[in-house]
Design a protein around this ligand. Structure first.
Ligand code: VGL
Ligand code: ZN
Length: 243
């Protein structure tokens, strides 16, 4: 690159970031330089925005319904939106009711590590497993259901909790040329975090849209989830970062 091309290029960049070339004065910036403008290579993955996880549901996340308008607005900025549904059998191993003498929010040891026992939630075909009221994303391209195998949980949209069985979402997104994923939904510290971390495992860029999520925060799980995500290269963004 010649010196003059170099200088032209610098001036183009400088003006793009609100610098008035030549004058030394600062021109008003039209858009924040960091604004994220989703392309065909990006997807929004909306995790488990279901009746059971919003107030009134059996595993209600505090303020969980507040994500609905934020996600609706965000989804309009994406051509590619994926929805997930937690979709358990009635006798699922992640339910405290499936273990004699156990109560919700206790933890047990299973073959793939620790498993939190939850109140019954998101049973296949029940009202609680439906999308939360007001979720309005008619252009969603795929709905991924997870947690159908009775003996293994699946917080992640990509792999069951034993890390072995893929849902097929990773292969689908790759086949569609999608490389960068933004995550929203419920709950930040369980299904959102596990999904974002598994997205990194599958080679995607991954970011969580923090104000489009709410957490359960069980014994410090929210801070731990963020530490784990950061370590794996998952970024934190907010909905106002989008163009
Ligand atoms: C979830 C607990 C149990 C979630 C699902 O969607 O975060 N949490 N099942
Ligand atoms: Zn579940």
């Amino acid at each position: 690159m010649s010196a003059s091309t170099d200088r032209r290029r610098f001036l183009q960049l400088a003006s793009g970031f609100g610098l008035a070339a030549g004058t030394g004065a600062l021109a008003p910036a039209v858009a924040a330089p960091s604004a994220i403008a989703p392309t065909a290579h990006d997807a929004l993955v909306v995790i488990d925005v279901q009746k059971c996880f919003v107030p009134g549901g059996s595993l209600a996340v505090t303020d969980g319904d507040a994500v609905v308008p934020v996600i609706n607005a965000l989804a309009k900025k994406f051509d590619n939106v994926v929805l997930t549904q937690d979709w358990h059998t009635a006798d699922h191993m992640s339910f405290a009711s499936s273990h004699a003498g156990r109560k919700p929010f206790e933890t047990i040891d299973v073959y793939y590590g620790k498993q939190v026992l939850w109140p019954d939630h998101c049973v296949q075909g029940t009202e609680g497993a439906e999308f939360a009221p007001g979720l309005d994303i008619p252009h969603a391209i795929v709905v991924v259901r997870k947690g159908m195998r009775p003996k293994v949980d699946s917080y992640s949209a990509f792999y069951d909790a034993d890390g072995r069985t893929a849902t097929g979402l990773g292969a689908y997104l790759k086949a569609r040329g999608i490389r960068r994923l933004y995550f929203a939904g419920l709950a930040t510290d369980f299904c959102v975090a596990w999904s974002a971390i598994d997205a990194r495992r599958d080679g995607f860029q991954a970011a969580v849209v923090d104000d489009a999520c709410r957490g359960i925060d069980l014994n410090g799980s929210l801070a731990k989830a963020w530490a784990d995500m950061t370590k794996k290269g998952v970024k934190k963004v907010v909905s106002s970062d989008f163009a």
